[in-house]
Design a protein. Sequence first.
Length: 253
Amino acid sequence: MRTRALAALITLAVSAFAQRGNIGGTISLKKRLHVNTLITEPGTIEIDYASAYSFSSGGLLMPTALKYTPVGHHDWWGRTEYSLAFNSYDNQASQFGQSVTLTGTCVLRDGEKLDLAIAPQVTAFLRDERGVRAGATAIARLDVGRNSIGTTFGWSGATHSSPTNPAGTIDVGAGFGRRLAAGGALGHFSPHLNAGWERSTGVPRIASLLEGVEYQIVDQVAFDVSAQQVAATGHTPDRQVIFGITLNLGHPK
C-alpha cells in the first residue's frame, strides 16, 4: 500500500503546473488515482511516457517522467519518491518543452485501504518564461476490492507571473477505476473515469473529463489509451486522445 500512495502523488505533483499545457502529464496523474500503482517499487526506476494529440490545435505533446524511490527506513529516503519530468511537442516543428519539474512525494499514511500523501514540486523554465513555479499537491486514495477511488488538491504559485504563467493556481480532481476481474484475461483491463477543476489568477476556470482503459501487459509494462475533454468557461471544449506507457526498469545495477 505504501508504494501505491506514492506514485499517484508523484505524477500528480509533476502535473500540477502542467494542467494547462502538458496534457500527457495530467493524464499520467489521473491514471495513478485508480488503476496504476501509485509509486515505483522501492529501489527501482520507472519511466512514464505519453503521446497526446489535440484535435483543436493539431499539436502533439510527448511528456516523459523519470521516477525513482530509494530503499530506506526514513521519510525522505524510503517513503519518498523522486521524479524529473519534461516534455517535447510537435506543432509543425519538433521542440523540447519549456520546463522541467522536480517532485518529491512523501507518504503520510499507509493504511490497509486509505492512503494519504503530499508532494512538493518546483518547476524551472527553460525558455519563454522567467523565474520558477513552486507548490504542493495532496492526494487521498481508497482501495476497496477491485475498485479504487482517488481525489487530489493542488496549489502552485509563480515567482514571476505572466499571461501564460498565472500568479496562483488551485486545482481539484477526482477519479474512479475498476479492475474488470481478479484474474484471467479480463484481469489485465482497468477502465477509469476522471473529472477535474482548475482556477488560476486572471484565467477562466477550466473543467476536464477523461475516460480511458489501462491494459497491464506484464507486471513491468502497462499501456493506456484515453480520451479527454478540456473546456474553459464559455469556450468550446478541446478534445484530445492520449496514448501512454509505463515501463519499470527494475533495480539499477
